[in-house]
Design a protein around this ligand. Structure first.
Ligand SMILES: [Zn+2]
Ligand SMILES: [Zn+2]
Length: 196
């Protein structure tokens, strides 16, 4: 069978999902496990670069302001994953987190990679939004002080800071809280709390 035919067959059998397009699936479990771990490392590096870039932008905007007017630049880096060697013996034991043959482990890795990738995209949008605000005419008083969910300006609405290092307005916070009173960050997609 030619390589083109194999490729076509693979494309047909692969279920479409957000990140599975990144991998020439199907792979053997150990290779797939390694590939997801690599993506997680790669996206964590990209994400932390985005976070650092935003921090520098925020700091630059505050530099010429009197200290009493400054907002604290936000920096909450994503923790770097701890890498393990995969367990290469085919067992479906539930306990082993480094077991590529465990379906739930593999799904968790896949979800984490997809989430990190989405956060990198969001991070790019946030940084561009700050840059756009920095060159507004007439100039904005606080180009970095806006809601990261609805981009409403901090001059018009009350802006709060989340534990994960994002700014959110009171309205987005109210609408984002679920029935248990938990707020899920629009940028990180994780439950977080707000410094009131
Ligand atoms: Zn908002
Ligand atoms: Zn967040």
């Amino acid at each position: 069978m030619s390589s083109t035919q194999t490729q076509t067959q693979r494309l047909k059998t692969t279920t479409p999902s957000k990140v599975s397009t990144l991998l020439p699936l199907p792979l053997d479990p150990v290779s797939e496990w390694r590939a997801w771990q690599t993506f997680i490392v790669f996206y964590t590096i990209l994400l932390n670069r985005q976070i650092l870039r935003r921090y520098h932008l925020e700091r630059n905007c505050m530099r010429d302001r009197p200290i009493c007017e400054r907002f604290r630049p936000l920096i909450v880096p994503e923790p770097f994953p701890t890498l393990h060697k995969p367990n290469t013996s085919p067992t479906t034991s539930e306990e082993e987190a480094d077991n590529p043959f465990n379906k739930s482990t593999m799904n968790k890795l896949r979800t984490k990679a997809a989430l990190l990738r989405a956060r990198v995209e969001k991070g790019k949008e946030l940084a561009s939004e700050i840059e756009r605000r920095m060159v507004q005419n007439p100039p904005l008083r606080f180009p970095t002080h806006f809601c990261h969910a609805c981009v409403e300006d901090g001059e018009r609405v009350e802006i709060l800071v989340t534990e994960c290092g994002h700014r959110v307005c009171r309205t987005c916070l109210t609408y984002g809280v679920d029935e248990d009173g938990v707020y899920e960050c629009n940028i990180c997609f994780v439950p977080t709390r707000v410094d009131q």
